[in-house]
Write a protein that binds this ligand. Structure first.
Ligand SMILES: [Zn+2]
Ligand SMILES: [Zn+2]
Length: 207
């Protein structure tokens, strides 16, 4: 797959970060091995009639997603599409907030009781919004590439934050993780990681 083929065909989408995620230190758990504070970075992208939420996962309260969305003139009902970067619940937990959406993962689109199988690789939600398959954190990982007037933004769990981790402790396939980071870095001008604020990749970015 060449960089040119990965590129969305347009650059007219608008991007907003609704919630900046995080991963806190582990502490002792009364019920299991450990517990920690986990927040998903939740994003909103719109182009034409398409309105996309990426990773409506763990946040302190649903309003952490809904209030910034309302400030953009949107509501849960106006969302047409939700993208799951992968299948971990910290990125899925609040999906049911959006009653009219199609839900996208690596191998299907889900809506109501319809399971529509398709590969995510190269799938375009709109001219500026494209999915590519980027396994590494899990086998089901996808990256959303969005063309904007400021360049191509990649929404991805290949990085948790701007600093990595260098070697993802949950990865089942580190060579794939590193290869797919390289693939994304060849095209993206900005990265929106799974649990942190957006960053502009540079020499210090783990790859
Ligand atoms: Zn995960
Ligand atoms: Zn995560």
């Amino acid at each position: 797959m060449t960089t040119q083929q990965d590129r969305p065909t347009a650059s007219s989408a608008e991007v907003h970060i609704l919630f900046n995620g995080y991963v806190g230190d582990e502490t002792e758990s009364p019920v299991g091995d450990s517990r920690s504070l986990v927040g998903s970075t939740v994003s909103f992208v719109r182009e034409g009639d398409i309105r996309v939420i990426i990773d409506p996962g763990m946040v302190p309260h649903p309003n952490a997603i809904l209030e910034p969305l309302a400030a953009l003139g949107e509501s849960p009902e106006t969302i047409t599409d939700v993208v799951f970067s992968h299948h971990h619940p910290d990125h899925i937990l609040n999906a049911a907030l959006f009653p009219n959406a199609r839900f996208h993962d690596h191998w299907a689109i889900y809506q109501g009781d319809i399971w529509d199988s398709r590969r995510a690789e190269g799938y375009a939600l709109s001219p500026s919004i494209r999915l590519i398959e980027t396994p590494g954190h899990t086998p089901q990982d996808i990256t959303t590439l969005v063309g904007t007037s400021d360049g191509i933004i990649a929404f991805t769990h290949l990085w948790w934050t701007s600093t990595g981790p260098e070697e993802d402790p949950f990865s089942n396939d580190l060579p794939a993780l590193h290869a797919n980071r390289q693939r994304v870095l060849r095209i993206a001008t900005r990265i929106v990681p799974g649990h942190g604020a957006p960053f502009t990749p540079d020499e210090s970015t783990p790859r």
